[in-house]
Design a protein around this ligand. Structure first.
Ligand code: ADP
Ligand code: MG
Length: 330
């Protein structure tokens, strides 16, 4: 059938890299990475004895450390995020080690996307829109509602009609864009409370902000059989990728005090399988993150991954791991 053809065709995951600028904490002010042609990043290895060795990695887009978030949004996320207005589910991920700029990047991307979505809605005379928002955090495979943090943990259930649902998750119908900005700052504050009470939770947890947009032609609004277009866009700030590192020694794993992040590992497997052509079994069900995002990953959903990298030499191994992940996703 036509629908099956569309699904099989699939769509590549849009993969970009964003190199964070050196900051005040960067003691050794050497950057080992060089971005060329907007799509390639090189490991310079600018040590004299290794001058011959240069590895290059190519992606859909590479953002050098002087690119601002507006550009990262325009070229790395906008076309994916706004497909929600065509009724297509989508997700934008920030992947990378702790302090590489995931939260900084996702915060900006979310604000730009919200602004574009509302500009579109307010200037569209033909359709009527309903925008809903929900927000959650996954920590050690437990789901917290960022808008109602006390009811914890929430259960993830399979609904025969709606697919995977998070039980009792608060879903707010938005009045306008200011209302959304208000809720975004509540989520941010909530995440910061968690951070201080649970010792760096944010580097171990995944945050999903989800906008669901329903629309129907204005002339049919309210009619019983009006055809409604509905889709969600998910903004996902992932746990630090060092949590997925396979190379941790047994000792380091013990010190870590918690299991290697199941959701992050499963996401990696799911993305690798999807990028290889969506055949065979895709283990969405193996983690909370991939269950919750199942409808926004694969199928005819659209996905962008922004991999953030720390430029400092001390982080070179983690940066390379990030590039390997990005390479598998593209
Ligand atoms: P992560 O969420 O990956 O742990 P953060 O987003 O918190 O990392 O970024 C770490 C620090 O670096 C923060 O102080 C943040 O403001 C800063 N930072 C990150 N990316 C950029 C950037 N592109 N430009 C300027 N500062 C940045
Ligand atoms: Mg963060």
């Amino acid at each position: 059938s036509e629908e099956l053809q569309f699904q099989e065709q699939g769509e590549k995951i849009y993969v970009s890299i964003r190199l964070r600028p050196l900051n005040d904490k960067s003691r050794n002010r050497i950057c080992d990475w060089e971005c060329v042609n907007n799509d390639t990043i090189l490991f310079k290895h600018n040590l004299p004895e290794r001058a011959m060795f240069r590895a290059a990695y190519t992606f859909d887009r590479v953002f050098d450390s002087d690119c601002d978030t507006g550009l990262v949004y325009e070229e790395g996320a906008k076309h994916i995020a706004l497909s929600v207005l065509d009724g297509i589910n989508s997700s934008i991920f920030a992947y990378g080690q702790t302090s590489s700029g995931k939260t900084y990047t996702m915060r900006g991307i979310t604000e730009y996307a919200v602004s574009d979505i509302y500009d579109y809605i307010e200037n569209n005379g033909e359709r009527e829109f309903l925008v809903k928002f929900c927000a959650m955090e996954i920590y050690n495979e437990a789901v917290r509602d960022l808008l109602s943090p006390d009811s914890y943990p929430l259960r993830v259930l399979d609904d025969p009609e709606r697919g995977t649902v998070v039980e009792k998750l608060t879903e707010v119908t938005l009045r306008n864009r200011e209302h959304l900005y208000e809720l975004l700052s509540i989520c941010e504050a909530q995440r910061q409370i968690g951070e201080t009470s649970l010792n760096e939770t944010s580097s171990r947890s995944h945050q999903i902000l989800r906008l669901t947009i329903e629309s129907c032609a204005r002339e049919y609004a309210g009619a019983r059989n009006s055809s409604i277009l509905a889709a969600s866009v998910n903004f996902v700030d992932l746990a630090g990728s060092e949590r997925a590192s396979q190379t941790l020694s047994a000792g380091a794993r013990l010190k870590e005090g918690c299991h290697i992040n199941r959701s992050l590992l499963t996401l990696g497997t799911v993305i690798r399988k999807l990028s290889k052509g969506r055949t065979g079994h895709i283990p969405y069900r193996d983690s909370k993150l991939t269950r919750i995002l199942q409808n926004a990953l694969g199928g005819n959903a659209r996905t962008a991954i922004i991999c953030t990298m720390s430029p400092e030499r001390v982080h070179v191994e983690q940066s390379r791991n990030t590039l390997m992940f990005a390479n598998c996703a593209k």
